[in-house]
Design a binder for this molecule. Sequence first.
Ligand code: KG4
Ligand code: ZN
Length: 331
Amino acid sequence: MLILGIESSCDETGVGVYDTGRGLLAHRVHSQIALHAEYGGVVPELASRDHVRRIVPLVREALAASGHEAADLHGVGYTAGPGLAGALLVGAAFAEAFAFGLGIPALPVHHLEGHLLSPLLSRDPPRFPFIALLVSGGHTQLMRVTGVGAYELLGETVDDAAGEAFDKTAKLLGLDYPGGPALAALAAEGTAGRFKLPRPMLHSGDLNFSFSGLKTAVLTATRAPEWQAERRADLAAEFQEAVTEVLVAKSIAAMKSAGVNTLVVAGGVGANRRLRQRLNESAARRKFRVHYPELEFCSDNGAMIALAAALRFEQGAKGSREGRFAVRPRW
Ligand code: KG4
Ligand code: ZN
């Protein structure tokens, strides 16, 4: 089965072509970072308009790179939520119309299912069951994954997502959008421990997270009389250390409680070097396996949506053939 995947939930237009026999054949991503940079965050209306401009050329490119034509496709999967309503509508409308025109089914995909399954795109994919740590700009969740579509939520953030905390803290420190990578780069120049930030909910006894207090603690530190702008890197390093320490500890606790020794890390924050380093150290010490999606599949992309749709179609999902659709921004 040859499946086209479309992602347009936020500020990346992504297109993937996945073959259930041969794997990922091609994918293309257009990031709107430059477009939103001067506003310090994603402007939904601008995002939607840019998806409209990019989507058809990207589909043409990805299909050409896959060595196939539209007529070879068996189905189209698209992100139906969660995300920005207008942005989602562009991908959904395109996917449904395209599928309708080709007489093939279109399947709505949950954006997080795409992230969750994205490690399966790697050369050395994890085997079920695994614990997934989903850390993106919108979500922070621990899930027990026993198969495609078999996901059990074990814990999640009670306030900000990890990526959101990175982004907001970066803004507090005067860094440019997108804040996560900028804060991580600044942290690499500093030393953790010179400031003391809390490790929120580290000992809460459950698998939930809370990150909004950390952002406030950073704000408080920058307002103290002894604050000096030169100490930004140390503060960034301590912030990153606090977030990663909690993420690592709860991931290990989740594996223990579920009796699973494979961890999969997905979502944009999964690109964070320090997080990876600490997880790898723990994995070596505690004898568990940790999988990361390739960096290009950590942030939003169409390949993971094509993959998720392909696995769902293989499981017997029918999709729709009527070109009717609804997006679910808060799915
Ligand atoms: O999964 P993603 O691309 O989009 C969704 O939110 O669905 O995740 C984006 C998030 C942003 O908050 C971004 O700041 C964060 O991932 N991020 C990072 C890093 N790279 C991206 N956070 C920390 N360190 C990084 N290296
Ligand atoms: Zn995402």
